[in-house]
Write a protein of this length. Structure first.
Length: 311
């Protein structure tokens, strides 16, 4: 068996032009674009039937698969690569192979993907199973905030006055260990039981782009681009498919008066998926952060999280 080294890749992407993270044969995906670029740089055949592709598939494992149209400002994945294959990235550059691969990917990948860093992963690191928690933010421009067409790619416009207090009352019901079967779809053989650590709605305060103490005498203070937006922040150990967007959709129905808090509580109490709890539009959702334990706890965490959870 060929010896490999594991690389941690930190990246970001605008999900608007992708059919999600996971590679699909005929659709443009984030995983598909990165793997294709890596194969080109490292000169590994794209033909899955070739001996080299079978032995060195360059398959990315991601911390959290994002759906079609969902963004990531900080995503993490890993890939296992034989050192001699990785060395092909160096070429005429006098830099370590991971630095060379980072630079070449940054040049080759399309502009809607940004590789932030590539480094050898610590022992026991698994991008998916070692993660302690993930943080997502959903951004909405309602009637209480100014709609800026420049942000249409990552902010959802809703022509309603949303009741933030009611939405926070709904969000508070999600905190803790619950079966989110009313708001999510399990993977085959999986579960919709998840532990939500934080969930709340807040309006971004209106503020200048540069702090008040930095005024240089101008009459008009340029506002920060997110001023006035309504944002939902949720942190959990993991998320089931469509879970965040469906919870946002449920909260928005409560916030605009179409559904009651009792209805939301009933959906939390009875984990049954039906038509009223489908996912809201994807463009407002961004994966913001992945948290990992200390290096000496990575393998322990990965082993623990592989166990199927029950309530």
């Amino acid at each position: 068996m060929t010896e490999t080294m594991r690389l941690r890749i930190d990246l970001a992407y605008d999900g608007g032009g992708f059919y999600g993270w996971a590679k699909q044969p005929t659709l443009r995906t984030v995983q598909g674009e990165i793997e294709a670029a890596m194969r080109k740089i490292l000169r590994v055949s794209a033909d899955p039937s070739s001996p080299e592709a079978q032995s060195e598939p360059l398959r990315l494992v991601v911390a959290g698969r994002t759906d079609t149209g969902v963004h990531a400002s900080h995503q993490v994945c890993h890939v296992d690569v034989p050192p001699d294959i990785l060395a092909r990235a160096v070429g005429h550059m006098d830099v370590p192979p991971t630095v060379a691969l980072t630079r070449r990917l940054q040049r080759l990948l399309p502009s809607d993907i940004a590789v932030r860093s590539i480094a050898p992963a610590p022992d026991g690191f698994d991008a998916r199973f070692s993660a302690l928690e993930r943080t997502y933010v959903y951004r909405i421009a309602d009637r209480g905030s100014e709609v800026d067409p420049r942000m249409r790619g990552f902010v959802l416009h809703i022509d309603d006055d949303l009741d933030v207090d009611a939405m926070n009352a709904a969000a508070a019901m999600t905190i803790g260990l619950h079966d989110f079967g009313s708001f999510a779809t399990p993977n085959p053989g999986g579960t919709t039981i998840r532990e939500v650590k934080t969930a709340y709605w807040r309006r971004v305060p209106s503020r200048p782009l540069i702090g008040d103490d930095a005024a240089m005498g101008e009459r008009y203070r340029t506002p920060a681009v997110e001023s006035g937006l309504l944002c939902f922040t949720i942190v959990a150990d993991a998320f089931a498919r469509n879970m965040v967007r469906s919870l946002v959709g449920g909260c928005v129905q409560v916030g605009c008066g179409k559904r009651s808090l009792d209805w939301f509580a009933g959906k939390m109490a009875t984990p049954l998926r039906e038509g009223s709890t489908g996912p809201i539009a994807p463009q407002g959702l961004t994966l913001e952060h992945i948290e990992y334990p200390a290096d000496d706890q990575l393998a322990v965490r990965a082993e623990a999280i592989r166990a199927k959870r029950t309530l």
